[in-house]
Ligand binder design. Structure first.
Ligand SMILES: O=C(O)CCC(=O)C(=O)O
Ligand SMILES: [Fe+2]
Length: 274
């Protein structure tokens, strides 16, 4: 991570919908984050920490979820996750894509045991938007959705789970993709590319692409971080609080963050209609 982010990477991000880099986190931080992620996962499995969209608590039933959303909450006792969100190697890339004024997107862990079958099927990250629209409808959504957000996966162990169709964030789906998006979610899409990450590598990618997360049969496990940051403009309109972020309204969350992440938090919090 020295100098400017190469123009080719920015171009690849816009044209293909992703790029992969080795140096969006310091190697020593990767080594500290692995045990933190294992510990956060163990706390959720045992019920020592209960991480639900509504609130983060302690001492409840264990859970086997694959995505752990609340890892920056103080109940986890793992401040490294909030520290990572504002670390210079990561911001180097996010700033190049979004500018320097940012607010909180999210920070979560993917933890999948090797023996489990994990497969999201093909989709775009359309949330509640129409998933079976005409060309006009789909292009309108692609032109509007999440223009101010960058998301990434960072592998804590080698990770080849993500597949995406390069360039599909810029165009209407083909007939074959339509079938995979609406009906046969586990079909083969010949244009799809497997995103193969070595431990410590980061893929910055666009969730408007047609994509799928799938643990390869031979993989011993998945252990990865997923994060997102959002461009913050002074006149951004207030937004409805997403259900999955309700836990972040607890007063204790802010206090556990380092000052830079507190700024992201405050900007996010002030826009929430809740
Ligand atoms: O498991 C993955 O890599 C992809 C999950 C997914 O669909 C997403 O992060 O939007
Ligand atoms: Fe997705």
């Amino acid at each position: 991570m020295t100098g400017m982010v190469p123009e080719e990477l920015i171009t690849q991000y816009h044209k293909e919908g992703y790029f992969i880099v080795d140096d969006a986190i310091a190697p020593e931080m990767v080594e500290r984050m692995i045990p933190a992620a294992r510990s956060a996962n163990a706390k959720v499995r045992s019920g020592a920490v209960v991480s639900s969209p509504d609130r983060i608590g302690t001492d409840g039933p264990g859970d086997t979820k694959y995505d752990i959303l609340g890892v920056i909450a103080p109940e986890f006792g793992e401040p490294i996750f909030a520290e990572y969100l504002c670390c210079p190697p990561l911001l180097h890339y996010v700033h190049a894509l979004l500018g320097t004024d940012l607010r909180l997107g999210w920070m979560a862990l993917f933890v999948v045991p090797g023996q489990d079958k994990y497969d999201t099927g093909w989709h775009r990250d359309f949330g509640k938007e129409e998933r079976n629209g005409s060309e006009e409808v789909e292009m309108e959504i692609l032109g509007r959705l999440r223009k101010n957000l960058v998301k990434w996966h960072m592998a804590l162990v080698d990770d080849a789970c993500l597949w995406l169709v390069p360039g599909s964030h810029l165009r209407y789906r083909t007939e074959q993709e339509h079938e995979a998006l609406t009906n046969d979610h586990f079909a083969d899409l010949p244009e799809a590319r497997q995103i193969v990450l070595k431990k410590g590598q980061t893929v910055f990618w666009n969730g408007n692409t047609i994509h799928r997360g799938c643990l390869p049969a031979a993989a011993p496990e998945r252990l990865a971080v997923m994060g997102a940051l959002v461009r913050h403009l002074p006149d951004d309109p207030p937004e409805p609080l997403e259900d999955r972020f309700r836990w972040r309204m607890a007063d204790s969350v802010r206090a556990a963050l380092p000052p830079e992440t507190q700024l992201y938090y405050d900007r996010w919090r002030q826009l929430q209609l809740a």
